[in-house]
Design a protein around this ligand. Structure first.
Ligand code: ADP
Ligand code: MG
Length: 294
């Protein structure tokens, strides 16, 4: 799959602001980013549902619409609706009948872990169950590329675990997968490669190990009487600082190094705490490191 210079603007909002993305066959890629980063807009353009303002998408050498018609892409979109009056089995069967070489409906239901829901109507499904039906719909064409937009939204922890297990079964056969998520843990658990999207741009793209070390930032807080922001900022590996009264909050890309330098410099420091950062802070660490390189 190859996307080049994708742009999409909604009024004043640059939803996708120059995305280049190439995915090799067999890769499992997480498209990671906070809400509003442009993940859904990107996925929608990759499946040909949203037309980019400029840029081009090719899937196995074809236009998205063409690739979908040939059953090469299976997609699970964030806004996708289910038919109210149909049973699970009927819906999945309907999609299967549109394709030339689908998998058996029962296989798709098994992969999604919903064999017991075959005769249930979609109005009687929980949010997590609906997601699994949509997964069955996405895989039943037996696609080579699976695109999933926040597939585990609404699932509880156990369902989530089952979902990723059946996903591993799918990818172990050499299929290509890209899924959007705003959970770093999901990206770490299920992907070989992570593409970080922020404000419509790719800000990092690497292996899970690389991204993990990039996102290994910590927030360090300490009470330091008489401290000034500038001298804290001068400590090694500091990405961001906030000083209020005597309390310093430091975002560090390597908290051990920052802490070792801080103690001799500020021997009066007390109440020191170090905690892992959330995704938003991880993005800050990431973009700060990018800035240092250039
Ligand atoms: P994500 O999936 O990462 O949460 P989206 O791709 O849904 O992000 O949205 C990216 C940005 O584009 C957001 O600011 C969102 O409000 C805006 N946006 C998305 N779709 C539309 C639309 N149909 N009309 C107007 N703005 C949109
Ligand atoms: Mg989205």
């Amino acid at each position: 799959m190859d996307a080049q210079s994708l742009y999409k603007t909604y009024g004043e909002v640059r939803a996708v602001d120059g995305v280049d993305l190439r995915i090799a066959p067999g890769e499992v890629v997480a498209l990671l980013g906070p809400n509003g980063a442009g993940k859904s807009t990107t996925v929608d353009m990759l499946v040909g549902l949203t037309k980019p303002d400029s840029g081009e998408v090719r899937v196995f050498g074809r236009r998205p619409y063409d690739a979908i018609q040939h059953g090469m892409i299976g997609a699970m979109l964030q806004e996708g609706a289910l038919l109210d009056d149909a049973t699970v089995e009927e819906m999945v069967g309907m999609v299967a009948s549109l394709h030339s070489a689908p998998m058996k409906v029962s296989d798709a239901l098994r992969r999604a872990g919903i064999e017991d829901l075959a005769r249930r109507r979609s109005t009687k499904l929980s949010g997590g169950q609906q997601q699994r039906v949509r997964f069955a719909i996405a895989v039943v064409s037996n696609p080579d590329l699976l695109l999933l937009d926040e597939p585990t939204a609404g699932m509880d922890v156990a369902t989530r675990r089952d979902f990723w297990a059946s996903m591993k079964e799918f990818t172990s056969t050499g299929k290509t997968v890209m899924f959007a998520t705003h959970y770093l843990e999901e990206a770490e658990e299920a992907a070989d490669r992570v593409v970080f999207l922020r404000r419509g741009r790719v800000v990092a793209d690497g292996s899970v190990e690389q991204i993990r070390s990039l996102a290994a930032g910590r927030t360090l807080t300490a009470t330091i009487p008489g401290v000034d922001e500038e001298s804290v900022r001068a400590l090694p590996c500091v990405v961001d600082v906030d000083v209020r009264m005597a309390k310093a909050t430091i975002l560090s890309s390597d908290s051990d190094t920052t802490l070792r330098a801080m103690l001799p410099r500020f021997p009066q420091a007390r109440d020191i705490e170090v905690v892992g950062v959330g995704l938003d802070e991880a993005f800050l660490v990431l973009t700060a490191q990018e800035g240092e390189e250039s």
